[in-house]
Each structure stands twice: as C-alpha cells, then as structure tokens.
Design a protein around this ligand. Structure first.
Ligand code: BGC
Length: 920
C-alpha cells in the first residue's frame, strides 16, 4: 500500500491558511485499507491520535484546538486485512494568527498620485541565528512585499479579491531562507508597495471612491532565533513612506510607471485610527504565474506593431526595455484583430494598457497591480523590438489541473483546450465571468453553470470554498439573499439560477470529492437562501414575478435579441427554487438533521405541485415549448418524461438539430439527449461547425470560449460590442458531457468522490478514439477507447483500488459477449446489462449491435438530411430554392422532390454520391 495526496482542506502543507474546520484527505493505492489512523504532532510531541478506525480518506474532519503561529506535523497510516501497515511521508501545516490580536497597527499615508512604498529598517538581534521567520501581512488595495529588495512569496495580486467590507485577509510568508544581510548591525529592509486594486481602484458597477478608502497596511514580522528568543517587527508610526514610480493603476485600465520622476524623501506614516473589518488568515488559493508565451510579431495594414501570443488568456507580462530618457512606451491589450488591426472596443471602458516613461536605462518591466485578458498586444514607442523582449505570463489561482482528455478529433481537442483556458483565465481568486472588459466579476450564474465541469478539469475545492465563504458573508448581510455577483462590490440585485449557486456549488463539490465538510460549513447559508426565496414567494408566487435573468443569452428570446431567452423566467425560477430546496433536504439528511430533511423535501414537493399546476397540462405536457423547458422537465423529473423527450426531439427537428439554449439549457443539452437514447443527436450538436454550435468558434480560430454563440460572425468580425467577451466559460460546460458521455465517467451521489463511478463511454466515429485520465479523491481512473471498424470498439479501463465501477458497454449484446468471452475479467459480474467491477485493469473488444457510422442517400427525407451540417451546406450549394423546398417538402425524400422538379438524372446521381460520402 502507498499513501499519497495528503491534504488538509484540500491544501498541501498549508501555511497560515484560515481553517474553520480541519478536514484531512489522502489517497491509498496499491492495496485496500481496512483501518486507518491520523497522528498529529506538535514539536515532536503527540498532539492528536484518531486511533485505528474506519476513516474516510476523502474527508475526515477532526475537532482540533490549535494554537496560533504554530507548526504541526502529521502522518496517516493505513492497515490492510493482512495487518500490513503503510505510512505516509511526514506532512506539515502551520497556523496563522488565528484569533490572536495584532501587535501591528494599521498604517496609512496621504493619497497622492504616486503609489506608496512603505518601509521599515531594522537590525537582527546580535550574535543569533534565525531559526524561523514569518511575515503576517495585509495591504490594501493590493500589496507586494520585499525583503532587502527580494520579492516575498510567489503570489501575485495579494491579498486577493474578497468581500472586503466583511473581512480582510492576511497572508503568511516564510522568510527563513530569504536573503538576509549578513553581519551584526546590518540594516535589513522590509518594504511594501501598495496599489488600489479591487479594493479602492475603479472596479465593479458602483464606483469605488479612492479617497474614502485610501491605502492601508498592517504587518508583523516574527523572527525566532535558534536559542528561542523572538523579535517582532510590526507596523507602527516608526515606519516610513515614499512615493514610488508607479503613478496609476487599477484592475480595468492597467498601470503607468514613470521612471523620470524625482525620488521623493521618506516621510513618517500615519496610524490609521478608523474602523477596519476583522483581519483573518488567508483562505484564497494564491494567484501564481503559470504558462509563458513568446509572441509572434505582426505588422498591421496601417503599420501598427502587434504581438500575437496565439492564446487568449489572463495575465501579465515581462518586457525588457532600453529607450532614451523621456521616451514613452505604450502597450495595449486585446482579444481579437479586426481586418488585421488591433481592436479592443469589446473591452468597453476598460483601457487595458501599460504605459512606461523611460529613464534611459535598461529595465525588465512587469505590471504590479493589474492584469489583462489578452491574446494581442499593440506596441507603441519601442525602437528595435525583438520578440524575445516580451514574455506573456498567464496568471491564475494555483489550482491543481492534471486531468487529461484527448480524442482523435482535433477540433474537439481544441474545444477542450479552449474550455480549460476559459477556466484558467477566469480563476483569479474569484471565479469571474471574463478577464478583459470592465466587469471581471464573480457572477454567480456563471459559476453555478460551470462548476461541475471545473471538477472534471481540475481540483478546485479550496478555490470554491473561498468563494462560498464570500457568498456566506454577503448573504449574512442581506438576510439570506445571494447578490448576483460575489463578492458583491455594492451590487444588490438577486436572480434565480444565479443565487442558487449557494446550494448547487457545495453539492457539486461534495459529489465530485466525497468531502462533506463544505456541506456542514455552508448548510446555514444554503438554508438561508431557500428561506429568502420562501419569504419572497409569499402566498402569491412573488418569486416568479421578480426580475430574473432566465435562460440568459438563449437564441429563442422574443423579440429577437431579447437576452433572457424564450423560456418563461418564472418557470425557471421555480424549478431552481425546488432544486435548491431538494439540495437542502439531501444535505440535511447527510448531516443527520432528519426533521429538516423532511421539511425541505415537503417544501420541494409543494413547489413541484405549484409548478405542475401552472406550467403543465393535466396530461403532463409543458406549456412552455422551448428546448430549455423540455431539458429542465427531463433533468429535474418535473412531469411526464416521454412527453418532454418528444418535445425536445421535435424542437430540435424543426430547427434541423440546431440548439437555441442559453446559460440554463446549454449545460444540460448533450447530456440529456445522450441519457435519453438520443446520442446521435447529442454528437450532431457537439460536432456542428456552423452557428450556433461549439465548433463554430473553434472553426474561426478561437482559443477560449466565447460569451455568445455568435460573438464573431463568419468573417471574424465582432458581432456587437455591448456585451461580447471572447473569454467566458459558461458554454464550455459542454466539456462535462465530453467527460460524462464521450469518455463516459461520472460520480455517483450515493457513493460520492468516485468511490463508485458510473462508466458508460459512448464512442463516436467522428472522435475515432479517446483517452481520459481523471485524478479523483479515490485515485486515478483511466479510460481509453478506439473505434476499430464500423462496428467494433476496443475499450480499456483502469479503476483505482478500493473503488467500484458500474460499466455499460455502448450498443453491446451482453449475452452474446459473455458467451464469446467467458474469461474476460470485465464480464465476470453483470447486473441488468451492466458490468460490476472493482479496482484493476480491464480490456474488451466487442461488436456493436448497430453500425457506428450511418450514411444517408438521396432517398432520405430532406428534413433529415438538413440535420447533418455538412450535407445541409452541400444542399444549399447544389439545390435551387432550398428554403422554399424546406417549407413544403421537408418530410419527403429529396429524390422524389427533385424528380418532380425535373432535375437532371446525372445531376441527381452525382448529388447522391456526394451525400453518401458524408456520414450522418
Ligand atoms: C456577465 C454574465 C452574467 C450576466 C448576468 C453579464 O454581464 O458577463 O456572464 O452572468 O451579465 O446578466
């Protein structure tokens, strides 16, 4: 047996992380643990011992009473049936300041244009050696700290973006092995540079007023010497401040640095006497630097110098520069070119630029207090620019992202990559809607829609836990209501689906990981949200009649272009009200609150009755005839399923299998189709390269997911500038279906965290083959399939030890297969056509009951032919008046129609051949 991935609250060896509960997790491989044991030590003395028990390796919460600023070590041991014991390597965690009061005082300075640089000089105690040095610090809006000119820590944009009115975050850094100046009496210099950032720069929909908030800094540097003595350097009125060379910055507009400015003298800081929110230990996953890109240089038709890094992303850059004194350099950042020219009107009012005024010396520049969503950079004011002078750096929260999914289809692989980049670009401490325009806010609806996908692509538990903490803070200040964006930055509007994030996100976190600690931690907020709706609903369906975003950006809105889509917003609101009530009920059950579980189940039933009374005929037909209404009926089991399936099929049929769903329907679309016997349709939608569809953007060269189905038109021109981001991940939520459907793996609510996985890969000829590796809290699942011929599939599976797989072989004749391959390990235990397997490696080659590739011919009905985008395109080219024929003869064979119109026999023969060469 081997023990790996040891974490606390999903952090590896956390330092100064705020922990309301302490939940331990680890993975046992190469054997099955019967009993396990966690041992925690403080300074080599046993502090806590769980004893040998059946512990949940996906999340064991311990009641620990910890001391502030203290290091603990821990190990986990596992014992198998035979009595063999495995032990993990030694893990550590160190607490931050916890509840301890601060010796440091809040200090501030006058607001001037120049961003302040605070400084403290001090000497180490003479003749002593440092054993440990820790800096606890919070600087507002944003800070960067330096010890003797060396940047402290590798995080950017600290202290992060959170609900500042309610709490502030302090980070803990280890300075032990930094460059201390040697020699008794040598001056050590601690400096902190501050910028406005999210806290007091221009940000959000309500303007932050810089003067009111001002710069603030609090810090304590604790130095422990080997002989046990301690020295504490805290912020107080002995610190000094001066103006730096950064004269402007904010999140949207960028940064300006002027190196020609005269040095200012150091003045004494002021103590800040006003009231500040409580400072807590950091819960944000640090934003770190990740991928780097070297640009290609382009020259636009009008002569601009443009850099293309070939990947839309969020981040900063390094720029090596040497220009004459006084020269002004300007970089502007954008996502797309228009007619070969630099373009950024879709960033709305965000200036997204970096300006530098040179002192004539060589420098490597980097912005400190801003970030950009970009692929292209327009460069002005640099002579002799070389591509090596510029390095783009992706910045995102340091979430583990080691899942892998590749298919035999380059465009689908690009779609997966675009979604991953959508996530990276929008995981900047807060899950944002977009990284480029004057918004970049934690829109709750986008997070709700994408969170399931995020758990396939990454391990974002700690990242989302911080978001839910902000959510809880905002809810507490609003009587349970969840504002549309979290942190709210003054926004108070509330909408169904968006606010439901407070129930749906913790539930998704639990199902994907099997760690119920978030349910316990967030249960009150979940309940408060449902209670808030219950109160708003009152006796007269007040919730339905509120303003909601509905199926945001769906294409069936009336009048055309109505952003809320065609599905009644009140219906969607009620469906999500019930969904949240059900989640609260299930959560209460898990937490052992049985009465509340019953109460919320009864509430969910009552809501369902109301929904059925208002929105369905007595026979169960939904009165709202949209794709999204049908999808919700099926996924939420609201009423007659057959009727809803027919409605969904029909709604697609009349549009020749084109989707028209928005933020609500899109994440459900392919999965619902495939789960209800319409796999071919699901794939047809997925593979469609024409508008509206996922591969339309891929075809046009997108490297991230767009906000709208038609963010760019066929010629690559932006369709509108009002609300049009090219890096919005919501529609990328289809990738969760590529995992669940194409790779075929999903967790199961009853055994969360992949203790048991449902495995039902749906091979498709356009993908040809697929390989997926999913690291889960129970170990890594590997799935691989290959289409060997028209009707033969080769499948490989690896299930982690101690786990169970319930495998369904797509289109297999199970009885025949068992006869043909009696020794195949996969087929040893079957129940209702499913193979039940435990940890191990499996392989099978089998024939499908039907061919995997289907072809049409001229004898196929025109309507059916139109569903295959490539055939539709062909017909538009070859057949006159196709639109006219579609209105009259869509249900008849095309052959018959064209014969009646006296089309030439030779032409028909050639057309038939062409159609028969394109699979349906
Ligand atoms: C955001 C969205 C968000 C929506 C809600 C937009 O401006 O970018 O993604 O969910 O507003 O209306």
């Amino acid at each position: 047996m081997e023990i790996s991935s040891c974490k606390i609250n999903h952090w590896k060896n956390p330092l100064g992380v705020g922990m309301r509960t302490m939940t331990f997790s680890w993975i046992v491989s190469d054997g099955i643990a019967e009993e396990q044991r966690i041992l925690i030590k403080k300074e080599d003395i046993l502090f806590y011992d769980t004893g040998w028990k059946k512990l949940n390796s996906r999340g064991t919460t311990l009641p620990l009473y910890l001391e502030a600023r203290t290091k603990y070590t821990w190990t986990v041991e596992a014992r198998n049936k035979e009595g063999d014991v495995a032990e993990s390597s030694i893990q550590a965690f160190e607490t931050g300041k916890m509840e301890e009061s601060w010796e440091g005082k809040w200090i501030t300075c006058k607001n001037t244009e120049r961003h302040p640089r605070f400084r403290k000089e001090f000497v180490l105690l003479s003749g002593k050696t440092i054993q440990k040095a820790r800096l606890y610090i919070c600087g507002l809006g944003l800070y960067e700290a330096y010890l003797n000119d060396e940047k402290i820590g590798d995080a950017y944009l600290t202290p992060g973006c959170h609900a500042y009115e309610h709490y502030l975050q302090a980070q803990t850094y280890s300075l032990t092995s930094m460059h201390w100046k040697n020699g008794d009496g040598k001056k050590q210099v601690l400096e902190v540079l501050l910028g406005p950032g999210w806290y007091n720069g221009r940000f959000g929909f309500t303007n932050n007023i810089f003067d009111e908030k001002g710069y603030r800094l609090i810090a304590e540097l604790w130095i422990t010497y080997e002989d046990g003595t301690q020295q504490v350097i805290s912020t107080d009125d002995t610190w000094k401040v001066t103006g730096s060379n950064i004269i402007f910055s904010n999140i949207y507009d960028g940064e300006i640095r002027d190196d020609t400015l005269e040095k200012e003298s150091w003045t004494t800081v002021q103590l800040y006497e006003g009231k500040m929110p409580p400072v807590q230990d950091n819960v944000s996953v640090p934003i770190r630097a990740h991928e780097q890109f070297q640009p290609e240089i382009l020259h636009s038709p009008s002569g601009s110098l443009i850099l293309d890094i070939h990947q839309n992303m969020a981040g900063i850059f390094l720029l090596r520069i040497k220009e004459i004194k006084g020269a002004k350099v300007r970089l502007q950042f954008g996502e797309v070119l228009q007619d070969g020219e630099f373009y950024r009107d879709n960033l709305r009012s965000a200036k997204a630029e970096y300006v530098y005024i040179s002192d004539g010396r060589e420098h490597v520049l980097r912005p400190h207090f801003t970030y950009y969503g970009y692929r292209y950079v327009k460069v002005e004011g640099i002579s002799d620019f070389e591509p090596e002078d510029f390095t783009a750096i992706a910045l995102y929260s340091d979430v583990e992202m080691d899942s892998r999914l590749r298919t035999g289809n380059a465009k689908i692989n690009q779609l997966i990559s675009n979604t991953l980049w959508g996530m990276k670009s929008n995981f900047l401490d807060v899950p944002t809607d977009c990284p480029q325009r004057d918004e970049r806010l934690g829109w709750t609806g986008d997070t709700q829609a994408f969170s399931e996908t995020a758990f396939y692509l990454a391990q974002p538990y700690a990242f989302y836990r911080k978001y839910l903490y902000d959510c809880e803070m905002e809810q507490n200040a609003r009587d349970g209501a969840v504002p549309d964006v979290v942190p709210a930055f003054g926004m108070n509007s509330v909408s169904a689906v968006w606010g439901d994030v407070t129930c749906i996100l913790p539930w998704n976190m639990y199902v994907a990981t099997g760690d119920a600690s978030i349910l316990a931690e967030h249960y009150e907020s979940m309940k408060q949200w449902v209670e808030y709706i219950r109160k708003t609903d009152g006796e007269n369906h007040g919730w339905r009649s509120r303003q909601h975003y509905g199926d945001w950006l769906a294409l069936d809105g009336v009048p055309l272009g109505n952003l809320h889509g065609g599905t009644d917003e009140g219906f969607i609101a009620d469906v999500y009200y019930r969904k949240s009530a059900l989640i609260v009920s299930k959560t209460a059950g898990i937490l052992g609150k049985n009465e509340e579980a019953e109460e919320y189940e009864a509430l969910a039933q009552k809501i369902l009755d109301e929904i059925c009374r208002e929105y369905y005929s007595p026979n169960g037909r939904c009165c709202i005839n949209t794709q999204t209404a049908a999808l919700l009926t099926i996924t939420e089991k609201l009423n007659d399923m057959e009727c809803a399936k027919q409605a969904l099929a029909k709604s697609l049929e009349v549009r020749y299998d084109r989707l028209c769903t928005g933020f609500v329907g899109t994440p459900l679309l392919c999965e619902t189709l495939a789960d209800n016997g319409m796999e071919d349709r699901a794939y047809r939608l997925l593979m469609n390269e024409e508008y509206p569809g996922w591969l339309y953007a891929v075809k046009l060269g997108a490297t991230t997911i767009w906000e709208r189905w038609n963010s760019l038109d066929e010629t690559g021109r932006i369709s509108s500038t009002g609300m049009n981001s090219l890096n919005h991940y919501t529609y990328g939520s289809v990738v969760s279906w590529i995992w669940k459907g194409a790779a075929g793996i999903r967790p199961c609510e009853e055994c969360p965290g992949y203790q048991k996985a449902i495995i039902r890969p749906i091979p498709n000829w356009q993908l040809k083959e697929l390989e997926a590796n999913l690291p889960t809290p129970s170990g890594r699942y590997d799935i691989k399939w290959k289409i060997e011929s028209d009707n033969q599939i080769h499948l490989w599976l690896t299930i982690p030890e101690g786990c169970e797989g319930e495998v369904e072989l797509f289109e297999a004749d199970m009885e025949l297969l068992k006869q043909e391959q009696p020794d195949n390990l996969l087929l040893q235990q079957t129940e209702e056509g499913k193979c039940i397997i435990s940890g191990g490696c499996y392989e099978v080659v089998y024939h499908t009951k039907r061919p995997l590739i289907r072809y049409a011919s001229l004898n196929t009905s025109l309507g059916e032919l139109m569903r295959a985008p490539q055939i539709a395109k062909l017909l538009y080219q070859e057949v006159d008046d196709l639109e006219y024929l579609l209105s009259y003869t869509a249900q008849y064979s095309l052959n018959e129609t064209l014969h009646n119109l006296n089309y030439d026999e030779d032409f028909l023969k050639r057309l038939n051949e062409k159609i028969m060469s394109i699979p349906l």
